[in-house]
Design a protein. Structure first.
Length: 108
């Protein structure tokens, strides 16, 4: 499959073909299959985000004891890992500096 350039916003959970369409954080080179996987991960994040919103209204459940929070964090790490793997040199360098394996969350 042919790779093409995409512009990614993790914050907005968007994948764009045109650089000027909206703000973005990362530039990647990816196949359509890669983009489909990334879109699936963004959709999973949305689902976990809804679960964490509901849980946030239940007092007494610590963040680290909530499976939706763990799943959200794990999915976010997977997204950043994928972006780092597919990214331009600048993107890959930025993701490496983020040190996603030690970002302060733990799903244990």
């Amino acid at each position: 499959m042919d790779k093409r350039t995409y512009y990614i916003s993790v914050q907005a959970r968007t994948i764009m073909v045109n650089q000027g369409d909206a703000a973005y954080e990362f530039e990647i080179e990816a196949t359509q299959e890669d983009i489909d996987k990334l879109q699936d991960l963004f959709e999973m994040m949305n689902e976990y985000d809804e679960g964490t919103f509901i849980r946030s209204h239940v007092p007494g459940v610590p963040y680290h004891h909530d499976s939706d929070n763990d799943a959200y964090d794990d999915t976010l790490k997977e997204i950043y890992s994928m972006i780092g793997r597919l990214g331009t040199k600048e993107t890959s360098d930025h993701i490496a500096k983020m040190d996603i394996d030690n970002m302060g969350w733990n799903s244990n």
